[in-house]
Design a protein around this ligand. Sequence first.
Ligand SMILES: *[C@@H]1O[C@H](CO)[C@@H](O)[C@H](O)[C@H]1NC(C)=O
Ligand SMILES: *[C@@H]1O[C@H](CO)[C@@H](O)[C@H](O)[C@H]1NC(C)=O
Ligand SMILES: *[C@@H]1O[C@H](CO)[C@@H](O)[C@H](O)[C@H]1NC(C)=O
Ligand SMILES: *[C@@H]1O[C@H](CO)[C@@H](O)[C@H](O)[C@H]1NC(C)=O
Ligand SMILES: *[C@@H]1O[C@H](CO)[C@@H](O)[C@H](O)[C@H]1NC(C)=O
Ligand SMILES: *[C@@H]1O[C@H](CO)[C@@H](O)[C@H](O)[C@H]1NC(C)=O
Ligand SMILES: *[C@@H]1O[C@H](CO)[C@@H](O)[C@H](O)[C@H]1NC(C)=O
Ligand SMILES: *[C@@H]1O[C@H](CO)[C@@H](O)[C@H](O)[C@H]1NC(C)=O
Ligand SMILES: *[C@@H]1O[C@H](CO)[C@@H](O)[C@H](O)[C@H]1NC(C)=O
Ligand SMILES: *[C@@H]1O[C@H](CO)[C@@H](O)[C@H](O)[C@H]1NC(C)=O
Ligand SMILES: *[C@@H]1O[C@H](CO)[C@@H](O)[C@H](O)[C@H]1NC(C)=O
Ligand SMILES: *[C@@H]1O[C@H](CO)[C@@H](O)[C@H](O)[C@H]1NC(C)=O
Length: 467
Amino acid sequence: MASKESFLFLEIFVIFVLVLVFSTKASPSSTSSREAEALLKWKASLPKQSVLESWVLPEAENTSSTLRSPCNWNGIRCNRAGSVTEIDLPNTGLTGTLENLDFSSFPSLVGLDLRENNLTGTIPTNIGMVSSLTYLDLSTNYLNGTLPLSLANLTQVIELDISRNNITGELDRRLFPDGTSSSKTSLKSLKNLLFQDTFLGGNIPEEIGNLKFLALLALDDNFFCGPIPPCFGNLSELTVLRLSNNHLSGPFPEKIATLSKLSDLRVFTNSLSGVVPVGLGNSSSLVVLHLAENNFTGHLPPQVCRGGNLVNFTADHNNFTGPIPTSLKNCRSLYRVRLEHNQLTGYLDQDFGVYPNLTYIDLSFNNLQGQLLSNWGECQNLTLLKIAGNMITGKIPDKISSLKLLVDLDLSSNRLSGEIPDSIGNLAELSFLILTDNNLSDRRLHEDASFEIEQESFEWYNPEPNR
Ligand SMILES: *[C@@H]1O[C@H](CO)[C@@H](O)[C@H](O)[C@H]1NC(C)=O
Ligand SMILES: *[C@@H]1O[C@H](CO)[C@@H](O)[C@H](O)[C@H]1NC(C)=O
Ligand SMILES: *[C@@H]1O[C@H](CO)[C@@H](O)[C@H](O)[C@H]1NC(C)=O
Ligand SMILES: *[C@@H]1O[C@H](CO)[C@@H](O)[C@H](O)[C@H]1NC(C)=O
Ligand SMILES: *[C@@H]1O[C@H](CO)[C@@H](O)[C@H](O)[C@H]1NC(C)=O
Ligand SMILES: *[C@@H]1O[C@H](CO)[C@@H](O)[C@H](O)[C@H]1NC(C)=O
Ligand SMILES: *[C@@H]1O[C@H](CO)[C@@H](O)[C@H](O)[C@H]1NC(C)=O
Ligand SMILES: *[C@@H]1O[C@H](CO)[C@@H](O)[C@H](O)[C@H]1NC(C)=O
Ligand SMILES: *[C@@H]1O[C@H](CO)[C@@H](O)[C@H](O)[C@H]1NC(C)=O
Ligand SMILES: *[C@@H]1O[C@H](CO)[C@@H](O)[C@H](O)[C@H]1NC(C)=O
Ligand SMILES: *[C@@H]1O[C@H](CO)[C@@H](O)[C@H](O)[C@H]1NC(C)=O
Ligand SMILES: *[C@@H]1O[C@H](CO)[C@@H](O)[C@H](O)[C@H]1NC(C)=O
C-alpha cells in the first residue's frame, strides 16, 4: 500500500512539475507574443509615428521568445514572466485612436498612461476587459463620445483621470458602488477620480458617496447640474473636492464640513445657495477654500483658518452677511483673499491682522467700518489691496508706502479724510491708484508729476509703471 501510494504521489509530483515547467516556460512567451501582436495591430492602425519606431519584431520566425516579446519596446513594461504590465506613453505626441487596441490581450496590465497626446475617437467599450488595471490616465487628449459603462469592470482602478477631453453625456451611476455589499462590478477601489474640463453634464450620481477610499474628486469645469450629493459627507478619506465651474444648485451639504481630512474645497462659480455650514474648517485644516460666485447667504464660517494653514480663500460675489471670520485675524498663512461684493460687516482695524505672505486682498463692496491702520504696511508681499465701497474712515497711513510691491490700490468710495501721504508717489510698482469718492484733500496732487491725475475725481492712473 505504502509503496503504491508513494508511487502515485511521485506520479502526481512529476505531472505537477511538468505543468509548472510548461506554465512558467511556455505560457509567458505565448502571452507575450499575443501581447506583441496586439500592440503591433494597434500600431498598424495608427499614422506612422516615431514614438512607436521601436515597436517591431525580428524578421526570422525562429528567433528566441525573448526577442519576440514587446518588453523592450518604448513605453512598455513587463513583469518577470514577460507579460505586459504597463503601457506608458504620456506626452509623446501619440496620434490616432484607441479603436484597434485589443484590451483583452493584456491579462497583466496594471497601468495605462496615455495622457497629453493627440488621441481622437472614443474610449472603446472593450477597455473593460483589462480588469487588472489599477491606473488609467487618458487626460488631455481629444477623445470624444460618452464614457463606456464597461469602465465599471475596472474594479481595481485606484486612479482614473479622463480630464481635458471632449467627453459628453452623463456620469452613469452604475459606474459606482450601489452601497450594498453584493459583488456587483464598479469602480469601487478609486482613490483619485478626475473628470476636469470635459463636456459631462447631468446630475452628479450620489453613488460616488459610496467610494469609501476616495481621497480626490475633481469634477470642475463641466456642465453638472442639480445638487451636491449630501452623501459626499460619507467620504471620510476625502482631502480634495473640486466642483467649481458647473451649474450646481441647492445647499452646501452640512456633513461635508465634518470631513476630517478635507484640505482643499472648491465650489466657486455655481448657483449654490443657502448657508455654508458653520463648522467648515473646524474639523480639518483647510488650505484652499473657494466659495466665490454662488448665491450663498448667511455668515462665513468663523473657523475657516482654525488649523492655521489657509492659503487661498475666496467668497466674493455672494450674498454673505455678518462678520469677518474670527479665525482670519491670526491667519498668517494667507496668500490670496477675495471677499468682495458681499454684505459683510465688521471693522477693518479689529478683524484683520498682519499677513506676511499675503499678496492679494479684495474686500471691496461690503459694509466694513473702521480705519486703515499702519500695520497693513507690514503685509510686505501685497501687490493688490482693494477696500473700495465700504465705510472706512480716518486717514491713509504713511506706512502704506512700505508696501513696495503694490501694483493696485483701490480705496475709493469710502469716508477717508485728511491728506494723501506724499510717500505714495514712491511706490515704484503702483499702476492703479483709485481714491475717488472720499473726503481726501488734494494738496499733494499738484506736486507729483509721475502720475496722470484726474484732479476732480482723484483717480490716478500711471500707464507706465517702473518695472
Ligand atoms: C533560423 O535562424 C537561422 C539563423 O538565424 C536561419 O539560418 C534559419 O534559416 C532559420 N530557420 C527558419 C526555419 O526560419
Ligand atoms: C497634436 O495636436 C496639436 C494640436 O492639434 C498639433 O499642434 C500637433 O502637431 C499634434 N502633434 C502630432 C504629433 O501630431
Ligand atoms: C469584464 O471583465 C470580465 C473578466 O475580465 C470579462 O469577461 C468581461 O467581458 C468584461 N466585461 C466588459 C463589459 O468589459
Ligand atoms: C472638442 O471640443 C472643442 C470645443 O467644443 C471643439 O472645438 C473641438 O473640435 C472638439 N474636438 C473633437 C476632436 O471633437
Ligand atoms: C468624434 O470626433 C471625430 C473626429 O475626431 C468625429 O468624426 C466624430 O463625429 C466625433 N464623435 C462624436 C460622438 O462626437
Ligand atoms: C452614509 O453612511 C451611513 C453609514 O455610515 C449610511 O447609513 C448612510 O445611509 C449614508 N448616507 C448616505 C446619504 O449615503
Ligand atoms: C441668486 O438668487 C436670487 C434670488 O433667488 C436670484 O434672483 C439670482 O439669480 C441668483 N443668482 C445666482 C448667481 O444664482
Ligand atoms: C468646533 O470644534 C470645537 C472643538 O473641537 C467644538 O467645541 C465646537 O462645537 C465646534 N464648532 C462647530 C461649529 O462645529
Ligand atoms: C443677492 O441677493 C439679491 C436679493 O435676494 C439678489 O438679487 C442677487 O442676485 C444676489 N446676489 C448674488 C450674487 O447672488
Ligand atoms: C493659491 O493661489 C495662487 C494664485 O492663484 C496659486 O498660484 C497657488 O498655487 C495657490 N495655492 C494653493 C495652495 O493652492
Ligand atoms: C509663507 O510662504 C512660505 C513659502 O510658501 C512658507 O514656507 C511659509 O510657511 C509661509 N508663512 C506662513 C506664516 O504660513
Ligand atoms: C514674500 O515674497 C517673497 C518673494 O516673493 C518670498 O520669498 C517670501 O516667502 C514671501 N513671504 C514672506 C513671509 O516674505
